[in-house]
Ligand binder design. Structure first.
Ligand code: NAP
Length: 289
């Protein structure tokens, strides 16, 4: 039995299907506030919360492996620690944690440093583990960038000319499924990227083709993005997290850490990682005709 924590996330929801497709018995953690019932047909739901250690120990009863993903939260480090401690107590065979590319306790970007702290906690916990470190999700382009285009087709970021090897979350889920079900991956720490490093100017070019309209990226300073995100009602912690992550990409530059392209998807799944062009063809089918 494999317990999936974060089963409603973009990675977790696809992972559940991948695991079920491999014939694995899957249990998914659902928060108490949610309606009970399976997240995916045939998958057992168990009520629990990453903030409630007892519920995590209960959820891990009879479980041999755990996938752990927690969304961005000021409590993320504590939530991860709770789950790792519960896994240690349950003597699980393997815990696969979803982290972030470049995870580093000393990063100035909170998302990256928090993941660095959680990864280190896991390495020290004595639980057999593997870690996937995905780069920025490609899905952010159709879900966030396209809706942010103004009437002239312009969008703004504080990423400068940084190139980012953004990855399709379905490819991250496929890698996690291999780590969880195939032998020989204990201790693996995999940087999971897409097939190409794209600047947001490159993204604008691809959007222009896909949407059949002018699309322009304008690089702006951190404060301009901070102000814009705050004006949408986004909380301060999340605004700071996003602005500092994008600033980190900018510092990383044209050939920095965010631009590295790895072979993790191809090596583990046997097929090449999806491209942004392919994702846009799926999400903007009319324009892609
Ligand atoms: N967005 C990116 O480009 C990117 C890139 C690399 C890495 N990451 C990392 O990927 C992870 C996922 O990000 P995301 O934006 O995809 O997250 P998301 O869609 O918001 O999903 C987060 C998941 O965590 C669960 N969760 C949150 N708090 C919980 C709690 N207290 N107890 C139990 N479950 C809880 C959520 O459950 P509910 O469904 O109940 O809310 C949900 O399933 C984060 O760690 C992020 O740092 C993101």
């Amino acid at each position: 039995m494999i317990l999936v924590i974060g089963g409603r996330s973009k990675i977790g929801s696809v992972l559940i299907g991948e695991l079920a497709g491999r014939g694995e018995r899957v249990r998914a953690l659902a928060r108490p506030t949610e309606t009970a019932g399976p997240l995916v047909a045939g998958v057992e739901a168990v009520i629990g919360d990453l903030g409630d250690s007892g519920s995590l120990s209960d959820a891990m009863a009879g479980v041999s492996k755990v996938f752990l993903l927690c969304g961005p939260s000021p409590d993320e480090v504590r939530f991860n620690r709770n789950a790792i401690e519960a896994a240690a107590g349950a003597d699980v065979e393997l815990l696969v944690r979803s982290s972030i590319l470049g995870a580093d306790t000393s990063s100035p970007a909170a998302f990256v440093s928090d993941h660095g702290v959680s990864d280190q906690y896991l390495r020290d916990a004595g639980v057999p583990f593997a870690i996937v470190r995905p780069n920025m999700f490609m899905q952010n382009i159709p879900e966030n960038t396209i809706p942010s285009l103004d009437d002239s087709g312009t969008f703004y970021t504080n990423t400068g000319d940084a190139r980012i090897s953004m990855v399709d979350t379905r490819d991250v889920a496929a890698v996690a499924a291999v780590l969880l079900t195939e032998p020989g991956h204990t201790g693996d720490e995999l940087d999971v990227t897409g097939p190409e490093a794209l600047s947001y100017d490159d993204v604008a070019g691809k959007l222009a083709v896909s949407l059949e309209r002018d699309v322009t990226h304008v690089a702006v300073p951190d404060d301009a993005v901070r102000e814009a995100l705050s004006s949408y009602g986004m909380g301060e912690w999340m605004v700071d997290g996003l602005v500092s992550l994008f600033a980190d990409y900018r510092r990383s530059g044209i050939g920095g850490y965010a631009a590295q392209v790895t072979d993790a998807v191809g090596r583990l799944t046997g097929r090449e990682p999806r491209t942004l062009d392919a994702l846009l063809a799926e999400t903007q089918p009319a324009a892609a005709r």
